[in-house]
Write a protein that binds this ligand. Structure first.
Ligand SMILES: Cc1cc2nc3c(=O)[nH]c(=O)nc-3n(C[C@H](O)[C@H](O)[C@H](O)COP(=O)(O)OP(=O)(O)OC[C@H]3O[C@@H](n4cnc5c(N)ncnc54)[C@H](O)[C@@H]3O)c2cc1C
Length: 469
């Protein structure tokens, strides 16, 4: 072990995506017990901050308003707000007249990099390898590998901390039948997370298939459609969902992305929570209606001079297996769920817009596993203050950011709750509520006031209605 930081931190963050960056920004300058400033350090294996670089497609926007930046919904006077970023970039007036509530993804990425470039205590190029509890020192031990600009291991290090914030985000998910394809280099079969790096290669393919009906799938399909010559589009878009459905975006529907709903969801029994998340797919999957409209608009534009675009958009289809044909083509074996029919599609390139999964904790937290309390599915139990429930012998706290969908619901990966969750974590960590939070955040009252639990009510004798003479 070469580098060892003996002075323990108050808080170490693992991963610097938007959520731990929000925590770093809101913790910056906060006073701590017995010290003038909270001692924090955040580590990320990437060499600098990058927000989904493979999908910063020109014109693609956030699905949430710009107020869902790193800090505003907890502290609108913070120096790290999006508006303050625009001020620093002397772009407030253009933004004012642009009247854009939903900013471009590329702008959100640039804003986060502006914050990451100014905040002290952020260590990029540091991969955290293991976390364990050190009962002698009453501290968490965090082992990391310092990486050189090519991502090669350069040095090993260890640091100590009283508290941790787990913000390792999600990783691209490739369904089983398609994994062998994605691993072989000859035919371009890529996950949408790597789209822009492979865009030229994909566009060069004779026929392209996009799989997946989420926002990424729609944006990739639209970008390819716009780039392909009219009448020779040669594009297929397949989805398992019964339709290319819009994301829920009604004002009351969006109240599922509030702290009130998150509190309510957390209070539900585990089996109910596990049933709800998949049932609410249109809240966090689906396609933003502006993108659906843009796709229809582009398809329609291509019929102006007669004929139909050479595109096939088919929902309700599962890719059962996939294989190579010769060395340059892929054959997808398809099944239509409702029809029960099967067919084959030969294509020259595949974009897998098949989503993301929470990164497994097995390796990183192996040392903590004996102390972790798990639910009936072996998932970490997380309390309403985003604390991982650990054996009482562990006096430190592990806070979880975007790894708690099973306990806190659909709002977990939502940028709109980033500042709120960071503030809740810092209020708990400091015990001083530096960021006072409102009791109420929604017009909807989720759940009934718990006067009595759903035990059977005794039959009451309904008195006959008295006819008023
Ligand atoms: C393409 C895309 C677009 C999205 N758009 C929106 C949107 O418009 N609105 C919205 O509300 N939500 C959106 N989301 C959902 C969500 O907000 C994002 O996924 C967001 O990036 C999650 O932030 P995060 O901090 O949890 O994780 P990530 O952004 O995934 O960052 C996690 C970081 O942890 C690092 N890391 C992981 N393991 C280690 C380790 N062992 N050591 C060191 N570092 C590690 C990774 O390198 C990464 O930088 C989008 C998601 C995707 C994929």
């Amino acid at each position: 072990m070469t580098a060892q930081h003996d002075a323990p931190h108050d808080l170490v963050g693992i991963g610097i995506g938007p959520f731990n960056l929000s925590l770093a920004a809101l913790s910056h300058g906060l006073p701590a017990q017995g010290a003038d400033r909270l001692a924090t350090a955040f580590y990320d294996q990437r060499r600098d901050f990058r927000w989904h670089p493979g999908l910063l497609i020109d014109g693609a926007t956030l699905q949430v308003p710009f107020l869902a930046d790193l800090v505003t919904l907890a502290d609108p006077a913070s120096p790290w707000t999006f508006l303050n970023y625009l001020k620093h970039k002397e772009r407030l007036f253009p933004f004012y007249f642009a009247e854009r509530f939903h900013i471009q993804r590329a702008e959100y990425d640039a804003y986060c990099r502006w914050v990451a470039g100014r905040l002290p205590g952020l260590h990029f190029g540091h991969q955290v390898d293991a976390v364990r509890w050190n009962p002698e020192r009453d501290l968490f031990e965090v082992d990391y590998t310092q990486l050189d600009p090519d991502g090669e291991a350069e040095a090993l290090g260890r640091t100590y901390t009283r508290n941790l914030a787990l913000g390792i985000g999600t990783a691209p998910y490739v369904p089983e039948p398609l994994r062998p394809l994605a691993e072989a280099p000859t035919v371009p079969v890529i996950h949408s997370a790597d789209y822009l790096d492979n865009r030229a290669r994909i566009l060069g393919a004779e026929h392209v298939t996009v799989i997946g009906s989420g926002q990424s799938g729609a944006e990739v399909f639209l970008d390819l459609l716009r780039a392909r010559p009219a009448g020779r589009e040669r594009l297929t878009w397949l989805a398992r969902t019964p339709s290319f459905a819009p994301m829920e975006y009604s004002k009351l529907g969006l109240e599922h992305f509030t702290p009130d709903y998150t509190r309510y969801f957390h209070s539900l029994p585990e089996p109910v929570r596990d049933r709800l998340v998949p049932a609410q797919w249109q809240l966090h999957k689906g396609i933003d209606s502006a993108t659906i409209a843009a796709i229809h608009e582009e398809l329609y534009r291509r019929t102006l001079h007669g004929g139909w675009p050479d595109t096939v958009l088919t929902p309700g289809v599962t890719v059962r297996t996939a294989g190579r044909v010769a060395t340059t083509k892929v054959e997808l074996h398809l099944e239509h769920t409702q029809q029960g029919s099967r067919s084959r599609l030969t294509t020259d390139a595949v974009v897998l817009a098949t989503g993301y999964k929470e990164r497994p904790l097995t390796r990183l937290f192996a040392g903590l596993d004996p102390y972790m309390r798990k639910d009936s599915s072996g998932r970490p139990r997380i309390d309403d203050r985003y604390r991982m429930i650990l054996d009482p012998s562990v006096s430190g706290t592990v806070f979880v950011q975007n790894g708690e969908r099973h306990t806190h619901g659909v709002g977990t990966p939502d940028l709109g709750l980033a500042a709120w969750r960071s503030a809740a974590i810092l209020n708990t960590l400091t015990g001083k509520d530096p960021y006072p939070q409102p009791d109420r955040t929604a017009f909807t009252t989720f759940g009934l006031e718990q006067r009595e639990h759903t035990r059977p009510r005794p039959a009451v004798d309904l008195l006959p209605l008295v006819d008023h003479p």
